[in-house]
Design a protein around this ligand. Structure first.
Ligand code: 5AD
Ligand code: SF4
Length: 439
């Protein structure tokens, strides 16, 4: 069949979508570039905030027409499929396959059954765990770019009061070091130069090491540090509580480890952090930031923030602003709190009105945008190392990412996708840098 995958949600979903594409390609199906050319459409969904759920339902509404009188197959995979299979069947009864994030390895088999027996009812498969998934995800990789994700840890045991992830991706699971090393080699052989290790809670990675004992994230980073052909290594997302001295040392000692860390704080108020069940205080967060700066002075930080968590008052919000000012982020994401069914926070008193959430979000985003812009302006006249990932809009121009994850447009002769080039920054656009490759 001709398949098209639409991805929603986080980097882990992007990784899962690529693995789904590999499985389908290995089973003889062909990827196409738009939904109009496809007769097998897979929506790989997210459930982190309610807006994403609604977007999926509206996309499903539009997909109904491709089913009319055809043998097309529609599959809904991912976190929302895990959580809302019954709602999906009710609101979009023409959906054929529903697969949770730990069941994506079954896609080719289920599609084959559907083709053989078109009378099958919607098939819901949401019961596996990450261990099964990774054991069964095998086969050749196709179409990788120069920068790719690699899931090393999945699921979460932290149960932050607002978060749906423990209910969608389940308990924490870490892949073994040998599995990760093999996959890295595989990616490098396909031309990948930069790998971002992924985990919902990546710093709590504890997979089986080469000696049979449990291995933590910093040791894993050292294991990957000297792989032939690997030019840059990143990891995300870090829970501040689990960022330890080993990580700080890895940032000091591993040359290919980017001096950039996504370390979501969520709130700057101890009162709210407690209600969120984050299990660190703002002072502990500062301590982690300072430790990392001490070991790696050129490190930069990004974060996630939630505004309007139940009970957040003006003073709590003020403390969030103060924290952001003190840390001075290179980049950050901020969201209005969105109640998720089944989470503790959804049942808390003192839910905040949408007006107040919007107002606070605007104030915070203004501050974070200003910080990002000042951070970027500081690079004018300086050099960054850019991994070129794709062609730019103009001739002799390519686009890549700096060690700080900034998008950079690079001009130069004899430069190609996949090169790591030293670039002198000449200008700063709204969210990106512009520069010339040093020849
Ligand atoms: N409402 C708003 N934002 C949320 N996030 C996670 N759950 C929610 C929620 N219920 C944000 C957090 C997290 C990021 C991936 O999404 O900031 O770090
Ligand atoms: Fe969305 Fe979280 Fe699932 Fe990623 S893990 S797809 S962010 S709900």
């Amino acid at each position: 069949m001709y398949f098209f995958i639409k991805n929603y949600g986080c980097q882990m979903n992007i990784y899962d979508s690529l693995r789904i594409a590999d499985i389908l390609t290995n089973a003889g199906h062909e990827a196409v570039l738009s939904v109009d050319e496809a007769n097998l459409v897979i929506l790989n969904t997210c459930s982190i905030r309610d807006k994403v759920d609604e977007k999926v339902f509206s996309d499903l509404g539009r997909l109904k027409t491709i089913k009319d009188g055809s043998s097309a197959i529609i599959a809904v995979a991912g976190c929302m499929a895990q959580l809302r299979s019954q709602d999906i069947i009710r609101r979009a009864p023409y959906v054929d396959i529903i697969l949770g994030p730990q069941n994506i390895h079954q896609i080719a088999e289920i599609v084959a059954d559907m083709i053989k027996n078109r009378a099958l009812d919607a098939l819901v498969s949401t019961s596996s765990n990450a261990d099964d998934k990774f054991r069964q995800l095998s086969g050749k990789f196709h179409h990788r770019s120069v920068s790719e994700y690699l899931t090393i840890q999945e699921g979460c045991d932290n149960f932050c009061a607002y978060c749906i992830v423990p209910f969608t991706r389940g308990r924490e699971f870490s892949r073994s070091v040998s599995d990760i090393v093999n996959e890295s080699k595989n990616l490098i052989s396909l031309g990948v130069k930069e790998i971002t290790l992924l985990g919902q809670n990546v710093n709590s990675y504890n997979g089986e090491g080469p000696d049979g004992k449990s291995c933590n994230l910093s040791r894993l980073l050292f294991e990957l540090a000297n792989m032939d052909g690997l030019e840059r290594l990143r990891y995300t997302t870090s829970h501040p509580r689990d960022v330890d001295l080993g990580i700080a040392k890895a940032h000091r000692e591993i040359e290919i480890l980017a001096p950039f860390l996504h370390i979501p704080v969520q709130s700057g108020s101890d009162n709210i952090l407690k209600r969120m069940n984050r299990r660190y205080s703002r002072d502990e967060y500062f301590e982690r930031i300072e430790m990392l700066r001490e070991y790696r002075p050129d490190i930069a930080f990004s974060s996630d923030f939630i505004v309007g968590f139940p009970g957040e008052n003006d003073d709590d919000f003020e403390q969030t602003l103060e924290l952001a000012k003190k840390v001075n982020y290179a980049q950050a994401y901020s969201f209005k709190y969105s109640p998720r069914p089944g989470t503790i926070a959804a049942k808390m008193d003192n839910q905040i009105s949408d007006d107040i959430k919007s107002e606070r979000l605007q104030i915070l985003q203004n501050l974070l945008n200003e910080q990002q812009s000042t951070f970027n302006q500081g690079f004018i006249g300086k050099h960054v190392n850019v991994l070129l990932v794709k062609d730019g809009k103009h001739e002799k121009q390519l686009v890549g990412r700096s060690e700080y994850s900034q998008a950079v447009s690079v001009c130069g002769n004899n430069i190609s996708v996949g090169d790591m080039v030293k670039v002198r920054i000449t200008a700063v656009a709204s969210h990106s840098l512009v520069g010339a490759a040093e020849q």
